[in-house]
Write a new protein. Structure first.
Length: 129
């Protein structure tokens, strides 16, 4: 499943994958990977400072994750550049949802802004039918 959204000249694209070899219906453990592409379609150099996630499973259990950068990095992207990373999430249900935003800064002006991460569903193949 793939989704994409542009906010203030920054495109966030998400591709999700179920990881069956790390999951178990018996123990209610469902592991998912997601690939995110951050593409700078603006005319200014930007830097990713922070990430803010809202994660909800099918039981409506909500988790928030906030922190610096992504996967230990705070990438700087000139116009036309992109940063791709892979991360993961575990649920106790076979379906869940993630959404959030990145805190960014325009390098030349020092202006802080937020870039929306489009809501995306993480689901086992049988949940998609």
């Amino acid at each position: 499943m793939a989704t994409s959204l542009v906010t203030q000249g920054v495109r966030i694209s998400v591709q999700t994958t179920f990881v069956p070899e790390q999951s178990s219906h018996r123990t209610s453990t469902y592991v998912f990977a997601y690939n995110i592409t951050i593409a700078n379609e603006s005319d200014q150099t930007i830097k990713l400072l922070t990430r803010h996630w809202r994660i909800v499973d099918a039981n409506m259990d909500i988790r928030f994750v906030n922190g610096e950068g992504v996967c230990g990095l705070q990438p700087v992207l000139a116009p036309g550049e992109e940063h791709v990373y892979t991360s993961g999430c575990m649920f106790r249900t076979p379906i869940g949802k993630m959404e959030g935003h990145y805190g960014m800064i325009r390098v030349s002006s020092g202006e802080h802004f937020e870039v929306a991460i489009p809501p995306f569903v993480l689901a086992t193949p049988d949940q998609l039918n």
